[in-house]
Design a protein around this ligand. Structure first.
Ligand code: NI
Ligand code: MN
Length: 228
């Protein structure tokens, strides 16, 4: 699988020729703008939206309309997207699993909140466990550390986890390292850090904290791609 980071919690995973895009948000991210990344650059066959906050959905309508990708999100976010003319949507909710062309998606608990940019209710925030012929991974979305994460290895052996580590609104590095233990992976890609003053982290300290626990923390450069 190929991982491409677009900044904040926006990333793409290419698996067997299918591009899965998560939480499209670049237009209002100064760090992505500084790397010359624009919504037009976001390619997708499927778009996953973890919850309705603008820093996860701001570019979703644009990218969905340009790519005609299928959007996977909560029922409530689907209704918000339908109002804006996005029609290729597959609604899911916590605990549910579905088979798509690229593999299986299981929606898991994320302890957070979810309101849409217009203030309407966004349904449950979601995490995603994605199983493909190419490998398996967990994207936590925005969440606190939660004991529910212990269920994930009972369902799926994952190759890596994409976890928020910016603290303040979500897990910070210490809790993300504990989450890695709960989901039984040694490889974590950290997201949701540095974008705003509230979530600026000491990256060297975070990497050391993980290394001390024999865990690998990847804090990708915005715009970078690598194999996972
Ligand atoms: Ni959020
Ligand atoms: Mn967020």
């Amino acid at each position: 699988m190929k991982f491409t980071y677009y900044g904040h919690a926006c990333f793409a995973i290419e698996t067997n020729g299918t591009t899965l895009l998560f939480d499209p948000f670049v237009t209002y991210n100064e760090l992505a703008k500084a790397k010359n990344i624009h919504a037009e650059d976001l390619k997708a066959d499927y778009i996953f939206i973890s919850h309705g906050h603008y820093d996860h959905i701001a570019d979703a309508v644009f990218v969905a309309k340009h790519s005609n990708a299928m959007v996977i999100c909560s029922w409530e976010i689907m209704n918000w997207l339908l109002e804006q003319g996005v029609t290729n949507v597959h609604p899911m909710n916590t605990g549910g699993k579905h088979n798509f062309s690229f593999g299986t998606v299981k929606c898991v608990v994320a302890h957070h909140s979810s309101s849409m940019p217009d203030g309407s209710y966004g349904g449950n925030p979601l995490g995603f466990v994605v199983t493909t012929a190419d490998g398996n991974f967990y994207y936590a979305g925005d969440t606190a550390l939660t004991l529910d994460m212990q269920l994930i290895p009972r369902w799926t052996t994952i190759d890596f986890a994409v976890l928020p580590i910016g603290d303040n609104f979500t897990m910070g590095p210490e809790d993300a390292a504990m989450a890695a233990g709960m989901v039984q992976t040694e490889k974590v890609i950290g997201v949701h850090f540095d974008t705003f003053p509230y979530i600026v982290i000491d990256k060297h300290a975070a990497e050391k904290l993980f290394a001390d626990k024999q865990l690998e923390l990847i804090l990708p450069e915005i715009g970078s791609s690598f194999d996972v």
